[in-house]
Design a protein around this ligand. Sequence first.
Ligand code: XUL
Ligand code: CO
Length: 435
Amino acid sequence: MSFFGLDAPIRYAGPDSKDPLAYRFYDKNKQVMGKRMEDHLRFSACYWHSFTWPGGDPFGGETFLRPWMHGSDPLQMARDKADVAFDMFKLLDVPFFTFHDVDVAPEGASLAESVKNLETITDIFAEKMGQTGTRLLWGTANLFSHRRYMAGAATNPDPDVFAYAVGQVKAAIDATKKLNGENYVCWGGREGYETLLNTDMKKELDQLGRFMSMLVDYKHKIGFSGPILIEPKPREPSKHQYDFDVATVFGFLQKYDLLADVKVNIEQNHAILAGHSFDHEVRLAYALGVFGSLDINRGDDLLGWDTDQFAMNVSELTLLFHEMLKQGGFTTGGLNFDAKIRRQSIDPQDLLIAHVASMDACARALLAAEAMIADKALEGPLAARYSGWASPDNQAILRGESDLETIAAKAMAGLDPQPRSGRQEYLEGVLNRYV
Ligand code: XUL
Ligand code: CO
């Protein structure tokens, strides 16, 4: 019997099931707009929240008391953790997982020793992936927990810290390539500042630009075919992070000429912290051509920090999938559960139940979005709202075939545009018909 007290993988049992360990909507082989549900959603379990976080918060320590976190041999503990992690991937029947270097293997006394540990554990991963069929959505390096990174990694005033970070990132992308990872993620939690009094902002941005350019060059050199993804977040742990939101990251990528190789990994809770909705960030990423992947979770309306709760809000998720379906869905990206159970959820099965409930919320939202698209429920009114632009002379404006004087003359000739309703409440009612 496993840590979870369950041997058979969790299965689809239909919407009437009351079993918290059965899928009610996630039916992986069900066809949705010509593609299997599993291929639309591309769920990925994450290592850090599920297996390395002990349940602490700023006011209290460990609550989970996981057996693999207590022992005297760090490498053996890492092996035990891998056994439980792959057991959970199999029980949930998720196609992907994600990890940071330090989540999976113990840090050694030197970088060389840490890298050796990472290689040992990722060799074990390769074997387990072969046995279970679980794939790697992305790998990443943790360049924010260790005290050496307290003033940043790529943006550190000390070039030796920059070099250490380069060494760590090289090993992490090597490991990601070895495991056929489909993307490589960079989240710069400490790439920002605490006070401008001690910060040379232009210099730090240039350092970050060089760091990313070298990573892109190396990716090409080793033939890593997936994109590099930057994960925007406005703050926490730093007071200000340079990768504030999608728009800010786009400006950075444009300035340092990285748009061809780097996309974004958008997280719901980070969008909220930046003062945006999830839907806003996703739409903007598509509009700017930088959409990559998603960290699926949710913030708490009353708490102003990154609570990383499991996504359960079907209306919000429906708007997300409506946009995703319209845009053709994921290519290399997926839905990574950057989500953690609450620190009081101490039963082993709470981990499974959280994933199942959130996967079901996503599946239900995907089905609602499919129905909305079939009915053109939102697309119809949207097309009508912009329909004036379809006329040949207005199309010519957008193609650059008109000029200021020509258009001004048309307005001066007696144009009298009449305001029309934005129909917000009507549209909110339409959405509620489907969720
Ligand atoms: C932190 C966060 C990270 C990244 C990967 O807020 O989201 O876990 O997803 O480093
Ligand atoms: Co994240």
